[in-house]
Each structure stands twice: as structure tokens, then as C-alpha cells.
Design a protein around this ligand. Structure first.
Ligand code: SF4
Length: 414
């Protein structure tokens, strides 16, 4: 396996915790900012010291082709602080020419001057955490911004792209929220397209234990779309965005030609990536390694001088299959599956194969688009259940011809 050429940095600070969020975040209050003297500034500065120390003492590697600063709300950092992190990465690894440097921004947490500062610091791609154009939905999700603030933020990004200052940007939306129906979702999608993002990430709302939504669900107080409606919503998303010219290159990801996220492709391809910061997931050699999810535990972990990750393990094959099936092009079947194991797996997944939701073509498996991708959770769950029943030791993880994963939502996506 080649050394990583990608890095994920986790910025855990947010103003407040959204009702569905179980990411490793540190809420600092509505007035928090990275500027000296602002509420939360000392916490941010202390964390950045730790993060820069982790980068400086990381194993060496080749220049980075992609960098992703996710969170959390990285737009709580000043442009100078973002620039400082990029300097730390340049010092340790260097940045390849035309590297993709992505920064997550939340509406209402930046203005045009701040955006210009980020771009001057070296950011080339922005991921905007919009989630919805409906104020009632935003309030129900516990988001801090309004639809008008989202539209304003999107307009600034579109203008920066038109001026050639920003290479690309993405808009995040959440679908399958409580009370959602097809007509209102269609309207949301059309509003999103009208903002002109070259890339859209559309995630299904997931209910995690310990969140506000998790507690409401336990009490039976959360009315979510049923599985059929959730699949219909996903199919509608694929149809609307497809008609608007977006390619569906991964379950949740749509892009105009030339705007697929290079960093996210690393996650789903099987290539490795460095991960830095509290709660970040790293997989420099394919096998995922999660850092502690609190600042105190992360500081203690760093102070204990953690061992360098060892090369050679590679991504486990079950994970390769799972992340590979998220992509439109699917995944190559590993050679060891020839014979009995492949026959068993085909039998296990027969209903999906017979309905044309899962396709086997030229030694590859892929989910059909949009119907298979819309029902992907069922296929992936069944695949995982089958895998867990396989006798140990698991088949070898190398040589299967599959690509590597990323933090994306798992490592820190917002
Ligand atoms: S969803 Fe995003 S903005 Fe909301 S608390 Fe989580 S990381 Fe912060």
C-alpha cells in the first residue's frame, strides 16, 4: 500500500450541539469565535496547539494531494488559524501543486471578509453545512442558522467561484427528517440547485443514541418517514439532481462534471489517509484508527506519545466491500470469494440480485442507480451480517483490488 497523500483535521468546536449530532464536538456558545478575547478563544487556541503538535510529530510522508478541515464548525477559526494549520501540514508533508484543500463552513458563522481570508490562506474548496432551506426544519433540527443566512452564504460562495477565487464548493442537505413529504423535499432540492453548488451531499437523517433525537425516539416522540418513503425521497433526490446535470458518484454525493470531491474519493477507494485531532479517524495504511473523543483524553493520548501506525495491515475486506458498494462504480469481488463463499454470498443476497438492485458485472458488484443505492442500507446490513458469520480467520485483506475509506461522515463529517 502507498503512503497516504490525504489528511483530515478535526476542528471540534461548535456554537451549540444540533439535535441529531453525535460527532465529537465541543459546544462553546452562540458568541464563540477564534479571535483573541472572544468567548471560547482560549479553548480554541489551546486545542490548535495540540493539533499542531500532533502534526509535527506524525510519521513522514509524501506531499498531500487533499486536505479536509472538518468538524465541528471550522469556520469558528480565524483565517490566520486555518492558515497556521496549513503551514503545519506543509512543514510536515508539503502540499502537492493544485492540492484540494477543503474547509467546512456553517452559514451564519462567516462573512465575505472571512471567506476571503480563508481563500487567501490556501483553502480551495468549501463544504457548506446548509441542511435545509426551510426555517421550520432548521429549527426542528436544532440548527443555529436560518434559510436566509444559508442563501446568503451560498451566494457568497457562488460569487467567489465565479471570480475564480474558489475552485469548487459543496452544499450539504439532510433528507428523511421528521414530517418530510415528497413535494416539500422536491422544493428543497430545487432551491438547492438554484444556488448553483457544483457539488451536493445529501444525507439521510440517522438517529443516534444519546442525542436529543435519540431520546425523543426512545420516548416515541419522533415521527420519521418510514422505509418506503425514505427510499422514495432518495430516488427523488437522484432524479431531480440527475435532471439538473449532477452525476451520482456515491450514495450521498452528487457532482457536476469535474467537481467530485477528490478527498472523499480517497475514503471510498481504499487508499489511506492521515487523521489528526480529537475524535478524528485515521487510516494511513487502510486500517482505521480512532483518536479519543474528548479534549482531555486526546491531550492525554498525545502526551503518552502514541506509537506510530504500522504499515501493511491494509483495509479489512469487509470494510472494503462496504465502502466500495457506496460508490456508483461499485467494487471488484475479491478473488478468494470464488467458489463456496461466493455461492453462499450470492444466495444470501439473492433477493437483491433478482430484483436488479444489486448488479454483478465483469467481476464487480454495484448497486443500481437510483433504486439499489436508495435501498443500500439493507444490502450493506445483510452483507455485514453474512460477514460476521464467516469462520475466523478472515480471508486475507490484501490483493483484492479494492480502494480506501475516509472520515467523511464517519471520521468527522458535519
Ligand atoms: S451537526 Fe455540525 S454544526 Fe451541528 S453540532 Fe454537529 S458538528 Fe456542530
Amino acid at each position: 500500500m502507498f503512503p497516504p497523500r490525504s489528511a483530515y483535521l478535526h476542528i471540534p468546536f461548535c456554537h451549540r450541539r444540533c439535535f441529531y449530532c453525535d460527532f465529537p464536538v465541543v459546544p462553546l456558545g452562540d458568541r464563540a469565535a477564534g479571535e483573541a478575547g472572544a468567548p471560547g478563544a482560549a479553548s480554541i487556541a489551546a486545542y490548535l496547539e495540540l493539533l499542531e503538535r500532533e502534526i509535527a510529530t506524525a510519521p513522514p510522508g509524501p506531499p498531500l494531494s487533499t486536505v479536509y478541515l472538518g468538524g465541528g464548525t471550522p469556520s469558528l477559526l480565524t483565517p490566520a488559524q486555518v492558515g497556521g494549520l496549513l503551514v503545519a501540514l506543509r512543514s510536515r508533508y508539503g502540499l502537492a501543486p493544485a492540492a484540494e484543500v477543503s474547509l467546512e463552513l456553517d452559514p451564519a458563522s462567516f462573512d465575505q471578509a472571512r471567506l476571503a481570508g480563508y481563500l487567501a490562506a490556501g483553502v480551495s474548496r468549501v463544504s457548506l453545512g446548509g441542511q435545509s432551506f426551510d426555517d421550520a426544519v432548521l429549527a426542528a433540527l436544532g440548527r443555529r442558522h436560518t434559510a436566509a443566512e444559508l442563501e446568503q452564504a451560498a451566494a457568497w460562495l457562488a460569487q467567489a467561484q465565479a471570480r475564480g477565487e474558489l475552485a469548487s464548493w459543496s452544499l450539504d442537505l439532510i433528507q428523511a427528517v421528521p414530517g418530510q413529504a415528497l413535494p416539500s423535499w422536491r422544493q428543497q432540492l430545487r432551491q438547492a440547485v438554484a444556488c448553483g453548488p457544483p457539488h451536493l451531499s445529501v444525507y439521510d437523517l440517522t438517529i443516534e443514541p444519546g442525542t436529543v433525537f435519540g431520546r425523543r425516539a426512545e420516548r416515541g416522540q419522533l415521527e420519521l418517514p418510514d422505509a418506503d418513503l425514505a427510499a422514495d425521497l432518495m430516488e427523488l433526490t437522484a432524479a431531480e439532481l440527475g435532471a439538473a446535470g449532477y452525476g451520482h458518484y456515491e450514495i450521498s454525493s452528487y457532482a457536476l462534471p469535474g467537481h467530485a470531491s477528490r478527498h472523499n474519493r480517497v475514503y471510498w477507494s481504499g487508499a489511506g489517509w492521515w487523521g489528526f485531532g480529537m475524535g478524528a479517524t485515521a487510516a494511513p495504511w487502510g486500517e482505521r484508527q480512532a483518536r479519543p473523543r474528548t479534549r482531555q483524553a486526546y491531550a492525554a493520548w498525545l502526551a503518552a506519545d502514541p506509537p506510530a501506525p504500522s504499515a501493511g495491515a491494509g483495509m479489512p475486506l469487509d470494510e472494503r466491500l462496504l465502502v466500495g458498494l457506496r460508490r456508483r462504480e461499485g467494487v471488484r469481488l475479491p478473488a478468494w470469494l470464488d467458489g463456496t463463499a461466493l455461492a453462499q454470498l450470492r444466495q444470501e443476497l439473492a433477493p437483491w440480485l433478482e430484483q436488479g438492485l444489486l448488479l454483478e458485472e465483469g467481476g464487480r458488484w454495484r448497486l443500481s442507480d437510483p433504486a439499489g443505492l436508495a435501498l443500500s442500507n439493507g444490502v450493506l446490513r445483510q452483507l455485514l451480517a453474512w460477514w460476521e458469520l464467516q469462520p475466523a480467520p478472515a480471508p486475507p485483506s490484501s490483493g483484492a483490488g479494492l480502494p480506501p475509506p475516509g472520515c467523511g461522515p464517519a471520521a468527522a463529517a458535519d
